[in-house]
Design a protein around this ligand. Structure first.
Ligand SMILES: Cc1cc2nc3c(=O)[nH]c(=O)nc-3n(C[C@H](O)[C@H](O)[C@H](O)COP(=O)(O)OP(=O)(O)OC[C@H]3O[C@@H](n4cnc5c(N)ncnc54)[C@H](O)[C@@H]3O)c2cc1C
Length: 423
């Protein structure tokens, strides 16, 4: 319930950062207004499972309004931010009246960076939002249905896929697509020679998953190769069109689908925060505030966040965004409820992991950098992602679908539903 005498905290973006901040303000003597252009929070780490028919979109997108049930001082508005005026302490929206604030928490995330690659904007499928994952899923299923009627299309690369970027998004998508194409679709599409389908992962650097050590990169490459993914290292995708990609070396790869997992750039609103961006991200102080506007906090992928103890710049990860958001919530609570000075932000690394597919994943667990690969890492990856998913219903749905996919080699979510289709 809103009270005009209490400070108003406006939280822009209901991602990991924004929801983390909003939740930690539960007991603070403030009114919190959380705003997002969608009415759901997206669990991005599992987007590739929506695109490859393992999970339903609703398992990965959780209703933001459920947070309102749990928190009396929280309200939500579905609206799209169009401008931020720091001096007037006002935020404007495309579809809502301007809102003032006492504290502003900005966590609007990032978006795909095509690095000016010709044709990418028009023809590549980025994988950063839930609508993008659904679009990729629909595109693939439509192509397979078309090719089932016209099998000759397969020879022209109609069903082949190029994935750009050998980071976690590219690796996880490549592994999941390989299982879909070679483990599930042979039974679904008996008229298609699925053994002829090509999945190519193109990485500009000289190894996959470069945030891990060389051993993990080698394991990842070998595992993907065993699973019929062609890994091309040291290659740049120079141009993309509807029928494939041109590599920097001049080689052409035919493919009806190009998935883009090669980099992020800030949302354009980052440039309205009155600071020079550093590597495209908003610099913040050790309390995650704008230097000249201590009432404004920036969290998550949008910010260049530094760990106060190690001085290291932290990666654009959900765990960093969540902890930063929570830290901001605690900071505002300390200022308003306890009238205490804030603490600098320190990130607790609970481990880094990526999955390559069935029974194959990689994980590095601090504090002694314990490295796991294979089944043990895969089991750990599943347990951690299940625990992190928002909402008991989503956890239950993910667990059921994973169990079903694992035991039957089936994909429970492989249906084509499009709102524009005729009844
Ligand atoms: C495919 C993929 C896999 C990943 N896997 C992992 C992983 O395994 N582990 C991990 O730790 N991290 C992972 N990440 C990274 C992690 O998801 C991000 O770092 C994290 O989501 C960033 O949180 P955020 O709150 O900054 O932004 P986001 O979660 O992107 O949230 C931003 C929110 O702002 C909203 N928004 C944007 N613009 C506007 C606007 N103009 N008006 C209103 N609302 C707006 C969006 O709708 C969104 O809800 C992955 C990312 C991707 C894309």
């Amino acid at each position: 319930m809103s009270d005009d005498s209490r400070p108003k905290v406006l939280v822009l973006g209901a991602g990991f950062g924004g929801t983390g901040a909003a939740r930690k303000l539960r007991k603070a003597p403030v009114d919190v207004v959380l705003v997002d252009r969608h009415d759901f929070h997206t669990f991005q780490p599992l987007l590739y499972q929506v695109a490859t028919d393992v999970l339903d979109p609703a398992t990965v997108g959780h209703p933001i309004r459920e947070l309102v049930h749990q928190q009396e001082n929280l309200d939500f508005a579905q609206a799209t931010v169009s401008g931020i005026d720091l001096d007037a302490r006002t935020v404007t929206f495309e579809d809502w009246e301007p809102q003032g604030y006492d504290y502003l928490v900005v966590g609007l995330g990032a978006r795909a960076n095509f690095f000016g690659t010709p044709g990418a904007d028009e023809h590549a499928f980025p994988l950063y939002t839930l609508p993008q994952a659904v679009r990729l899923k629909q595109h693939l299923l439509r192509r397979f249905e078309e090719a089932a009627k016209h099998p000759a299309l397969v020879e022209e690369g109609y069903l082949d896929v190029v994935i750009v970027g050998g980071g976690p998004t590219g690796v996880e998508t490549a592994g999941a697509l390989s299982e879909l194409f070679h483990g599930v679709f042979p039974e679904d599409y008996p008229t298609i020679d699925t053994s002829a389908l090509r999945i190519t992962l193109v990485e500009h650097g000289d190894r996959l998953l470069s945030m891990f050590d060389q051993g993990i990169s080698d394991y990842t490459r070998e595992t993907l190769t065993e699973r019929a993914v062609t890994v091309r290292l040291g290659e740049l995708v120079a141009a993309i069109d509807a029928d494939g990609v041109d590599l920097g070396s001049g080689e052409r790869i035919s493919a009806g689908t190009t998935v883009w997992g090669a980099g992020l750039q800030p949302v354009p609103l980052a440039s309205e925060l009155g600071v020079d961006l550093v590597h495209g991200r908003v610099p913040v102080d050790q309390f995650l505030r704008l230097e000249r506007h201590p009432e404004v906090f920036v969290v998550g992928d949008m910010a260049i966040t530094t760990d106060a103890r190690s001085g290291e710049v932290l990666p654009q990860l959900g765990s960093v965004a969540l902890q930063a958001g929570e830290h901001v919530g605690v900071t505002i609570d300390r200022l308003e409820r306890n009238h205490k000075d804030p603490h600098p932000f320190h990130y607790v690394d609970k481990g880094t992991m990526a999955t390559i597919g069935r029974k194959a994943a990689v994980a590095v667990i601090p504090p002694h950098h314990l490295t796991l690969t294979g089944r043990a890492a895969w089991a750990m990856w599943g347990a951690v992602h299940l625990a992190l998913l928002t909402g008991g219903d989503s956890r239950m749905a993910a667990m059921t679908n994973w169990f079903w996919s694992f035991t039957t080699h089936d994909r429970p979510a492989r249906v084509l539903i499009h709102p524009d289709d005729e009844d």
